[in-house]
Design a protein around this ligand. Structure first.
Ligand code: ADP
Ligand code: MG
Length: 499
């Protein structure tokens, strides 16, 4: 199926082409025709599945672009407001559709001026309510979108939203988008939608198949070592580490900084300006690792996040889905890695059931294994390096006192000391131990299954992945291909940069 199969007007089709979109995503395939037919919809699809275009394209295609505000999009955070605006601008610019972005913390006057020129207003609930209640603006949009509705409710915006809807005309088309569908969302939908059609891209389709989900079983005291080892091994381009508490965020930031990583915390109570600066640094590569709580990472949309780490497993499945959705965005692949203790295996099993996926388990690579992988990487890098004039001069100087083999050994030692893998050799449980631990929790639940599951526990060698994720490429040896040539940034001594 192609975008041209939809009945979208020419200038919108052109913008889609310009954006480089070729195939509509599942939520777009389902939602766009329903919206074009004039239906209210309630759509569930995960982050990163293209919801903005799913509502943006059809409503913009139906707009008159006559200078009045025809569309209102309500989003939970200022950042999302800016992101959604940017995305809508891309699609609307050839159709003379202007967007205004409205959020708290900035002057009213300018925003009001923009609103008066816009066809679409993208707003956060608080500021929008202010503007409506103080009668600073009057809106009569035909299209109203609630984006990331679950996050808005999580953030406590229910009253604001209900209040906002008292200002809106009944004669409207209302579209609700959410990554999850808890009861409170359904209830709100009943109040504000009329005979909505449901779009649900869940389960296998939504748990974005481009995200590989893994978990590692460790003892409580091994978490830090396991995390560092895995970062060393996986060599993420950008990653987000999720913690449960702010306190933990601070501690981990200090710990990882001391190890030479370019890392920053993301706090819920960070000042907006500081938050933006930090996110920008992350986007541009000045920071490679974010350590964040769920609240702080809400609405965070950064491309190229290759890995999400759950330092602690989140308690509820919805947080899990939200967290892992920060990777594998925009058609790229990603890996979600969760650390659990044997006790927490129960939570893994529950989330697997709730979300409808299987997570695979692996054993944390030993120090030697990581070292070997790094060595392969280093060899490839050395072989690919261009010889410079100054290097030739340096070696000549060294040759006054040393023979060439000694020089080579010294240089190699110098490079390797920067890449040393620290910590104890073995971390966490082996596959046999994991299988036993899983059997134990199964038996706790169903005593009668004891005999059946026993046969499975002794399964094959220790090192291999044991279940699920059949699509993933298996790790044959230690491919340095995945990490090809990528430098470890701030881990090189003497350049522990922080912005
Ligand atoms: P969501 O709102 O579901 O989290 P977004 O609308 O923010 O997702 O889209 C995520 C990313 O995917 C954006 O960078 C967007 O430009 C891109 N995208 C959306 N739809 C498509 C598509 N059909 N083809 C390619 N990229 C797409
Ligand atoms: Mg979105």
């Amino acid at each position: 199926m192609k975008f041209t199969d939809f009945n979208l007007k020419k200038s919108i089709q052109d913008a889609i082409q310009e954006a480089g979109f070729t195939e509509p995503s599942p939520v777009q395939k389902e939602a766009i025709p329903l919206i074009l037919d004039g239906n209210d919809i309630i759509a569930q699809a995960q982050t990163g599945t293209g919801k903005t275009a799913a509502f943006g394209l059809p409503i913009m295609s139906m707009m008159k672009a006559d200078g009045s505000v025809e569309g209102l999009v309500i989003v939970p955070t200022r950042e999302l407001a800016m992101q959604v605006s940017d995305e809508l601008y891309r699609f609307g610019k050839l159709s003379n559709i202007k967007t205004a972005t409205v959020y708290g913390g900035t002057a009213y006057a300018k925003q009001i001026e923009r609103i008066n020129q816009a066809s679409i207003v993208v707003a956060t609930p608080g500021r929008l309510q202010d503007l409506l209640m103080s009668k600073k603006i009057k809106l009569n949009p035909h299209f109203v979108v609630l984006d990331e509705a679950d996050e808005m409710l999580d953030m406590g915006f229910l009253d604001e939203i209900k209040n906002i809807f008292t200002f809106l005309a009944k004669d409207r088309q209302t579209l609700m988008f959410s990554a999850t569908m808890p009861k409170a969302i359904r209830k709100l939908a009943e109040e504000i939608l009329q005979e909505p059609k449901t779009v649900s891209i869940t389960k296998s389709e939504s748990t974005n198949t481009s995200i590989t989900q893994l978990y590692y079983v460790v003892e409580e005291r091994e978490r830090d070592d396991a995390l560092v080892r895995l970062i060393d091994f996986k060599n993420p381009n950008k990653c987000i580490i999720f913690c449960r508490m702010k306190k933990e965020v601070d501690r981990l930031v200090a710990h990882l900084t001391a190890q030479g990583f370019k890392v920053s915390g993301l706090h819920g109570d960070m000042e907006q300006k500081q938050r933006e600066v930090t996110i920008k640094a992350f986007k541009q590569g000045g920071i490679d690792i974010f350590v964040a709580t769920d609240v702080a990472a809400r609405g965070l949309d950064v491309n190229d996040v290759t890995h999400v780490f759950n330092y602690h497993i989140p308690f509820d499945s919805e947080s899990y889905v939200h967290r892992i959705g920060r990777t594998g965005r925009g058609g790229k692949t990603g890996e979600a890695i969760t650390l659990v203790t044997p006790n927490e295996l129960k939570t893994i099993k529950r989330i697997e059931k709730d979300v409808g996926t299987t997570m695979a388990t692996e054993v944390i690579p030993t120090r030697q294994e990581v070292q070997n992988a790094k060595e392969d990487e280093l060899i490839a890098k050395i072989a690919g390096t261009q010889i410079t004039e100054s290097a030739i001069k340096l070696v000549k100087t060294l040759q006054h006192d040393l023979d060439i083999v000694t020089i080579a050994h010294l240089l190699a030692s110098m490079i390797q000391s920067e890449n040393a893998i620290l910590g104890k050799d073995k971390i966490g449980l082996t596959l046999d131990q994991i299988a036993l631990a899983i059997e134990k929790i199964r038996n706790e639940r169903t005593p009668s299954s004891r005999n059946r599951s026993r046969g499975r526990s002794g399964n094959d060698s220790n090192r291999r992945r044991s279940s699920g994720a059949g699509k993933d490429k298996s790790r044959s040896g230690h491919s340095s291909r995945d990490h090809g040539g990528q430098s470890r940034g701030g881990r090189n001594s003497g350049q522990k940069s922080r912005s």
